[in-house]
Write a new protein. Structure first.
Length: 167
């Protein structure tokens, strides 16, 4: 089992749910239940509770990481800190890692992906499974190209030059 990948997946799953997980018993969770269903919500809560069971109270680092992401979910450093704490928890306890991996398999079909990106200048962003991006003037090909031409840029002409054409 790849603990780093599992920690990354868990982090990506819980970040958009954190405001609701923090208020699990309140009316705030109703929107999530509508989105992922009652069963999905119960599994997400179980994952969160099992992950931090007995850890948050005794660990200032865990508490700080959770609070930082709760307050600043778009902060890459806060997300990395939470991911590290999740990775540590999973690395220290094999049975926990197996339980969390099983819960993740049950939650993955719910497609709780959360994407965020920032692009400055020319370029491209691709997000999600199998996404491919090519920057300005680039070509993204998912597969092979044989026997063809690829032209990028602007003002290009392609083809045979006709006699008398001075372009």
């Amino acid at each position: 089992m790849d603990i780093a990948l599992l920690a990354k997946d868990v982090t990506a799953l819980v970040i958009p749910l954190m405001p609701y997980l923090a208020k699990a018993g309140e009316k705030a969770a109703e929107a999530v239940v509508q989105e992922i269903g009652k069963e999905g919500w119960e599994k997400a809560k179980a994952l969160w509770q099992r992950l931090w069971q007995g850890r948050e109270e005794g660990s200032e680092a865990v508490r700080e990481a959770v609070n930082d992401v709760f307050d600043h979910p778009a902060d890459e450093d806060a997300v990395a800190s939470l991911r590290l704490q999740i990775k540590k928890a999973l690395s220290e306890d094999d049975s926990l890692a197996r339980e969390i991996a099983a819960l993740m398999k049950e939650l993955l079909p719910l497609n709780l992906q959360h994407f965020q990106a920032r692009l400055e200048g020319s370029g491209a962003i691709a997000q999600g499974e199998g996404a491919i991006a090519a920057g300005a003037g680039g070509v993204a090909i998912g597969g092979n190209v044989q026997g063809g031409n690829i032209i990028t840029g602007s003002g290009n002409a392609f083809g045979r030059k006709k006699e008398g054409d001075n372009r």
